[in-house]
Design a protein around this ligand. Structure first.
Ligand code: NAD
Length: 363
């Protein structure tokens, strides 16, 4: 097991990753919050509960109250949050209650948000079950729900008291989800950790075959990067933005394809290919580095093909919410293992990068 500390001005907690964590969750949580409260809520999805409830419940002296969120972004809403809050009241929840979010990023975001507003805020423990949730969404305190007008538009910063990222639960993840989640680790390596890039290159077969040691290494390294960035910039006023590498064009691909064709990680994969093309044009990376990193992204693919009009992607990119005051803000790698933020990317450069990706992603 590896333990990584998050220490920000508003929170201190540990993120644990390794095998066999969920079978011993209750005593592990009691190390953090002294004693389990009268009401412990578990928010999960029916699918995850069917697979893992037996292991999850093993260490709890009394059965927690289980709340379900059906899978999919369509349920990441204020309506779902209200329904969960009411169920918690009816089940006797109070200010001392604990909510454990046991699932992917959607369960984690909704669970964290509900915990942030129930009785003006109760403790939350994150038990992420997808790669994306383990290396990204469960760490850092961002929680929230979608509005019809856009994703993640309502939310709160509410750090968990602890995070338990169990490598074993990844065993039931679909191959597509696994590969898409690993795009976030590739992202982390490119912006912060050369050694992680090299490890993912050299050990790709083992990582993709879910070898526990190889996966733990990738996940722990990725969490360490996320935690380090959050520790230095909790509220995303500067450095934390580098975690958005690949996300500007990635989000645009998601939006332009109606959030249906691509998994988030796949969109980030294509978004990284686009950002690498701009970085090569601006000479912040060499042609050889671009080819090497693109090769790594495709190795962890296959990325879903894209059938979308370039103009639609361009419009979605230029309207990205990170473009404060109309500035086209982009995260670009500086070699391998470092990155910076540039604010003057031109429409022509973005257009070229989108065309470059679409040539490689013919449906
Ligand atoms: N808060 C943050 O900082 C942050 C960061 C990145 C992404 N996010 C959010 O995360 C969400 C995406 O999360 P995600 O990619 O984990 O998707 P997800 O939560 O939809 O999970 C993907 C699918 O995998 C299933 N699943 C989860 N764990 C499983 C397991 N162990 N075995 C089998 N099936 C399993 C889920 O039921 C679901 O169908 C988005 O809503 C995004 O906005 C939040």
């Amino acid at each position: 097991m590896q333990t990584i500390r998050v220490e920000t001005p508003s929170a201190r907690y540990e993120v644990h990753t390794g095998s066999g964590l969920i079978e011993s969750l209750a005593p592990r949580i009691e190390k953090v919050i002294k004693k389990l409260p009268r009401r412990v809520f578990v928010l999960t999805s029916p699918q995850i509960w069917a697979l893992w409830s037996h292991d999850f419940l093993r260490s709890f002296p009394e059965e927690p109250v289980v709340l379900f969120l059906p899978p999919g972004e369509a349920h990441k809403t204020l309506r779902s949050a209200e329904s969960l809050l009411r169920q918690m009241i009816r089940a006797g929840g109070d200010r001392g209650s604990l909510l454990i979010a046991f699932g992917g990023g959607i369960v984690g975001d909704v669970g964290g948000f509900v915990a942030s507003i129930f009785m003006r805020g109760i403790s939350c423990v994150q038990v992420p079950t997808t790669i994306l949730a383990q290396v990204d969404s469960s760490v850092g305190g961002k929680t929230g729900v979608n509005l019809p007008e856009g994703k993640n538009l309502v939310g709160a910063f509410h750090h968990p008291r602890a995070v338990f990222a169990d490598i074993g639960v990844l065993g039931t993840l679909s191959d597509r989800e696994l590969r898409a989640g690993l795009m976030e680790s590739i992202k982390s390596g490119i912006i912060r950790d050369r050694a992680l890039v090299r490890f993912m290159e050299e050990q790709a077969d083992k990582v993709l075959a879910r070898d526990p040691k190889a996966l733990e290494k990738v996940i722990a390294a990725s969490i360490r990067i996320k935690a380090d960035v959050v520790n230095k910039d909790e509220r995303e006023s500067g450095l934390r933005m580098i975690l958005n590498f690949g996300h500007t064009v990635g989000h645009a691909f998601e939006q332009a394809t109606g959030y249906k064709a691509l998994l988030h990680g796949e969109a980030v994969g294509w978004g990284m290919v686009a950002a690498l093309a701009i970085a090569r044009l601006r000479k912040t990376i060499t042609v050889a580095q671009q080819q090497r990193l693109e090769h790594l992204i495709y190795r962890y693919g296959p990325l879903t093909a894209l059938a979308v009009r370039p103009a639609k992607v361009l419009a979605a990119t230029v309207g990205d919410k990170k473009n404060v005051g109309g500035v086209r803000r982009f995260v670009l790698p500086l070699g391998i293992g470092d990155a910076g933020i540039v604010e003057d990317v031109t429409v022509a450069e973005i257009q070229l990068a989108i065309d470059y990706v679409l040539e490689r992603a013919q449906a």
